[in-house]
Unconditional design. Structure first.
Length: 532
């Protein structure tokens, strides 16, 4: 009989202690009737559960409590008394027992049919496997006498030999471990096999795994003491050798010098100047891959890897191109890029907020810097930590210089300090016989000038992709107005707010007009990170 303690507590709060005792007695007698319930005769029921009491007053009190319990906790069916919850659980258990019995019969028929169809199947081969029989016998000898008494050796052996070889091995390796841990509470071996408990118990560790686990424990203890040492200055039984070992394994770097690499003209020049010793060496370079650079940039990045002695880490937060396509389909409505927009009614032009630089360029670089310093997510950086981040911004782009918003990171501008302009970079590259770097910017960047768009148009594959994206983003804003689904503004890649394949990219001189800014390559740049 199952006793659901929470239901019992909540269901008997209205009963006195004496009534609860009568109730539990009635349930126990009813359970013994195997689902037949109690007789619908209060005199007979009273005779079953009450001892003979001479005190008439006590007898009357017990009889009244019995009537109250039967009235509130039992129902009459087929002229018998039943507790509804108890009877429902009995029926459920009976159904389960019948299903198991039927399943066993079906399983036996299936096994017999398989044996008759093929006398050389795995079952017979396993059953006759003397090696496993010997292993089973050895395991049985190791079981304590008390546990052996609970088990049926023939049953356990039969069930064991019916298992696949893999499961036999699991039983042989896990049961001794289970027996050692549980002691006298160990289940019978035949029940252990039948319940497939060998699948739940972890396999014993190999010698190599044991050594690894011990090393992890040792490292954890060393790290804990080392962290306390850093916070308090007290050694906590750490020797000088322990501290040196901990610094090597877990120490937080206090200083780091990093190049923010865009693989464009300026940052490539700076990277190669560092390699040649014209700018002090860095610990590494970090390239933030937005997933939308021209193929020429990725090719040049591979070229730089062959020329630089310091490591280049490639990091990525998300794929910008895929996010733009998802946003155009309404699957990523939180995304915004600095597209040009034109109001349908007023034809007023404007530009959307840009988040691509902060999210896709700056964020993954900062995360990598924390990783290189030895900090996990959410861990506070120590006060005396200092990171120098070299930026590939030239003297003619001084307007893009910024102070880093993270206190421990200082932006350094070596090209500005040396008064090196973009054309100086190209001349330096040629003078030193390096490949001329491409412009590093997304193929569909709205900041491209007409000169840059013309250059992209020369690459048919990239140009077709630009046309496709330009068409896809046209009615993107409708997904942000789900109530009406209406479109107030149309989006474009070009500042003329025309489909990109309809824009006239001729220069001002070609059009017979004057434009002082046409030849600068880009209208603007993304927060000092793109196009360098």
């Amino acid at each position: 009989m199952y006793l659901y303690t929470q239901d019992w507590i909540s269901g008997t709060r209205g009963l006195s202690m004496q009534q609860r005792g009568i109730y539990i007695d009635l349930l126990a007698f009813s359970q013994c009737e195997n689902g037949r319930g109690l007789p619908n005769d209060i005199e007979k029921v009273a005779h079953m559960i009450f001892p003979f009491i001479k005190n008439q007053k006590k007898q009357t009190e017990l009889f009244q409590d019995l009537q109250y319990v039967i009235k509130n906790k039992f129902v009459v069916k087929d002229n018998r008394l039943f507790n509804e919850r108890q009877h429902a659980e009995f029926i459920k258990g009976l159904d389960l027992s019948n299903k198991r019995s039927l399943a066993r019969k079906k399983g036996l028929v299936k096994v017999l049919s398989q044996q008759n169809a093929n006398n050389t199947d795995d079952y017979d081969n396993d059953y006759d496997n003397e090696d496993y029989i010997n292993k089973f016998e050895n395991m049985w000898k190791e079981i304590s006498p008390k546990i052996r008494k609970r088990s049926s050796k023939p049953k356990a052996k039969q069930k064991f030999l019916r298992l696949s070889n893999d499961n036999k091995d699991k039983v042989l390796s896990t049961f001794p471990v289970y027996h050692e841990e549980q002691g006298e509470f160990t289940k019978a071996l035949d029940r252990f096999i039948a319940n497939e408990m060998y699948k739940e118990i972890p396999q014993p560790l190999t010698l190599e795994q044991e050594r690894e686990e011990k090393q992890k424990e040792s490292d954890y203890l060393l790290k804990s003491r080392y962290d306390l040492y850093l916070k308090t200055g007290k050694s906590f039984n750490l020797s000088a050798q322990d501290i040196r070992e901990a610094e090597k394994k877990f120490g937080k770097k206090k200083k780091l010098r990093v190049l923010s690499l865009g693989a464009g003209v300026q940052s490539s020049t700076l990277a190669l100047m560092i390699e040649k010793g014209e700018v002090p060496m860095v610990d590494c370079a970090i390239f933030a891959d937005v997933g939308a650079e021209p193929q020429s940039v990725y090719n040049h990045l591979e070229y730089l890897k062959t020329k630089l002695s310091y490591p280049i880490y490639i990091v990525q937060w998300r794929n910008l191109k895929e996010d733009i396509i998802s946003a155009a389909k309404g699957k990523f409505t939180a995304f915004t890029a600095p597209f040009f927009s034109k109001n349908i009614e007023t034809e007023k032009k404007s530009m959307l907020r840009r988040q691509c630089t902060a999210s896709y360029k700056i964020k993954p670089v900062q995360q990598k810097i924390r990783e290189l310093l030895g900090y996990s997510k959410g861990e506070r950086v120590q006060k005396d930590t200092k990171v120098e981040m070299l930026m590939g911004i030239s003297y003619d782009e001084m307007i893009r210089m910024k102070v880093n918003t993270i206190k421990y990171i200082e932006n350094i501008y070596p090209l500005v300090e040396k008064a090196i302009r973009r054309n100086h970079c190209i001349n330096w590259i040629k003078k030193n016989n390096y490949k001329t770097p491409p412009r590093s910017a997304c193929t569909f960047c709205p900041y491209h000038s007409n000169t840059e768009w013309k250059r992209i148009k020369e690459n048919k594959e990239e140009w077709n992709e630009v046309i496709l994206i330009d068409k896809m983003i046209r009615e993107q804003e409708k997904f942000k107005n789900l109530k009406s689904g209406s479109v107030k503004d149309l989006l474009y890649l070009h500042r003329d707010c025309k489909p990109i394949d309809e824009v006239d990219f001729r220069s001002a001189e070609e059009k017979g007009q004057g434009n002082l800014f046409e030849d600068f390559g880009q209208l603007d740049n993304c927060e000092g990170m793109c196009g360098v």
